[in-house]
Design a protein around this ligand. Structure first.
Ligand code: FES
Ligand code: MG
Length: 573
């Protein structure tokens, strides 16, 4: 609280953590004096402080409207009697970062954690949206341990191209694939380029950003109904204002992320992930958030949840609609109502009510074209599945809701690319020895590789096959895939090739067996032969890194542990 109970004189004001300059009185006097230079009245400085950790940046198109949102948040905080103070943190604009945004998620989480702790504030609003920003904020807040509430940018609105609806970024891929196949000409692709992303907000489909927003709501860290409100809608600003009010009400309570994100809340998150056909990236992020709280995301338990959770939401990339349609259809509360008998209803949320109470309060009108009833789902089982086997002893992920079921039980011949460079150099080579029945394998694109686990798992169909009409093939890698992509794609193979995982031992012509039914991916090569290959493996000499590269290389964990840094995890609770 603002004054540890002493409400008069020099001791009052400017929030917690004030006594580290000389004596307590001097510390408050000095800070208040410097804060006064920003034009605050004494009346304002006597209020407790709500920090607003925001990730606006000129390199983040998704957060373009944050100045307006911050203004609305501040209104809410002030109306509730606290003082709002915004501060910038690292921003991660998904498409502008090299080698990949995931590499910097942990850096952003450290920024959020340390600045929340170091600066005087009594509760904090986490304002993010673009793919990695929400997980980074939740990870940082989980470690900082202050009462915290998430607020998201909201999704982009769709636009039109020759009568067709367009939304980033499933349509980005769809049109690029058509362009590669020669169905769309140069002028057509130019027009599409200008229309794909035409408002502020996060990608318009159920990609990683929308998935993480839905999960933040399902685990109770955001107000009900807030995940899917479009970025440009006035409701988004009203929700920002409301979030400000709630953040002020959290001051002095024990509503820290640890209180809200319990093991049961995480399971509710996994349930939601399955029902919305959410992004594969969310598995990594949930594992990392869990790790910050001494919890573990168990992939076998995830499979049990997946097998008992139908896909209910008809959104791209697995279905046909967009996030704005989900909002109009009833949003995440409508999905939760359908899942009621599968959720832990007693989980507490940041707004005070339990998940069960939120469901009871949800509007009963739902657009059934977008949110299906539980007894008439889009798919009987969940969108994501972990597969295991000698090729992925610590698991790999397949998004079965975005894959071709005809390829689920299949054995194929490996066509191997040993790096991203090798893939780029050969995938479209007319002489590449490849057929539609082969399995494309990409190595050295995992967390420990120089590429730092990019979204390269969506390996393009070789040009000559694409031109012949092939739309999908089994593709395997230790990389990730964009939440907006689709195909029969096995990702996050752990351990990765760079850390000595068996995926690095696959050679051209090896046979690989995929069975979605058995949750398995097996390399049909004898243990002796694999041992022999392991002995022959040349450990590539890489230059000694410095700075953040050094921290990253020395401490990044594998995908099943969320690719967090080992020293940021919390001891098991
Ligand atoms: Fe920000 Fe897709 S680029 S969410
Ligand atoms: Mg994405």
């Amino acid at each position: 609280m603002c004054d540890d109970g002493n409400t008069s004189g020099k001791d009052k004001g400017l929030s917690r953590g004030l006594t580290n300059y000389g004596d307590r009185g001097f510390s408050i006097y000095l800070r208040r004096s410097f804060a006064s230079s920003m034009g605050y009245s004494r009346q304002m400085l006597d209020r407790p402080i709500v920090g607003i950790a925001h990730s606006a940046s000129g390199f983040n198109n998704c957060h373009r409207h944050f100045p307006e949102m911050i203004e609305a948040v501040k209104r809410g905080v002030l109306a509730a009697g606290a003082l709002p103070v915004e501060f910038p943190t690292i921003s991660l604009g998904e498409v502008f970062l090299s080698p990949t945004s995931l590499k910097f998620r942990n850096l952003m989480s450290m920024d959020v954690e340390e600045m929340t702790r170091a600066q005087p504030m009594d509760s904090v609003i986490l304002l993010g949206g673009c793919d990695k920003t929400v997980p980074a904020q939740l990870m940082g807040a989980a470690s900082a341990g202050l009462p915290s509430i998430q607020l998201v940018a909201g999704p982009m609105s769709t636009s039109r191209h020759r009568g067709e609806r367009l939304g980033a970024c499933t349509d980005c891929r769809r049109f690029w694939q058509r362009y590669r196949a020669g169905d769309v000409d140069d002028r057509g692709i130019d027009e599409v380029e200008k229309r794909l992303a035409s408002t502020s907000g996060t990608c318009a489909v159920m990609g990683t950003a929308s998935t993480m927003a839905a999960l933040a709501e399902a685990i109770g860290m955001m107000p009900a109904g807030s995940a899917a409100i479009p970025a440009v809608d006035a409701d988004r600003l009203r929700m920002a204002e409301e979030t400000g009010r709630i953040a002020a009400s959290l001051i002095g309570t024990d509503k820290t992320p640890k209180k809200i994100i319990t093991e049961k809340a995480l399971e509710n998150g996994v349930r939601m992930l399955m029902a919305i056909g959410g992004s594969t990236n969310a598995v990594i992020h949930l594992a990392a958030i869990a790790g910050r709280l001494g919890l573990k995301l168990d992939l076998k338990r995830m499979n049990e949840i997946s097998d008992t959770t139908p896909v209910l939401v008809d959104l791209k990339p697995t279905g046909s609609a967009y996030m704005e349609d989900l909002h109009a259809a009833g949003g995440i509360p409508a999905v939760m109502r359908e899942l009621k008998h599968l959720l832990h209803l007693d989980c507490e949320t940041i707004t005070g009510e339990t998940i069960g109470e939120r469901i009871d309060a949800a509007d009963s009108w739902v657009d059934r074209n977008i949110v299906r009833p539980i007894d008439s789902p889009i798919r009987e089982s969940g969108g994501l599945l972990a597969v295991f086997g000698n090729m992925a002893p610590r698991g790999a992920i397949i998004k079965r809701s975005a894959a071709d079921p005809n390829l689920f039980e299949k054995t194929g011949r490996a066509v191997v690319f040993n790096s991203l460079q090798d893939l780029a150099a050969r995938i479209d080579d007319p002489d590449l020895d490849v057929t539609a029945d082969d399995f494309l394998v990409l190595q050295h694109a995992g967390p420990l590789s120089d590429a730092a686990m990019p979204e390269a798992g969506y390996i393009p169909i070789p040009a000559k096959l694409a031109r012949a009409g092939v739309k999908d093939m089994v593709r395997i890698s230790d990389a990730r895939m964009s939440g907006t992509a689709y195909g029969t794609i096995v990702l996050h193979v752990a351990p990765d090739a760079a850390s000595g995982g068996p995926i690095g031992l696959i050679r051209n012509g090896d046979r690989i067996a995929l069975s979605v039914k058995d949750h398995s991916i097996r390399l049909l090569v004898s243990d002796e032969e694999l041992e022999r290959r392991r002995g022959e493996r040349k450990v590539e000499k890489r230059p000694a890194p410095r700075g953040y590269d050094m921290l990253y290389r020395d401490h990044v964990l594998q995908a099943d542990e969320g690719c967090d840094f080992d020293f940021l995890k919390s001891a098991p609770s």
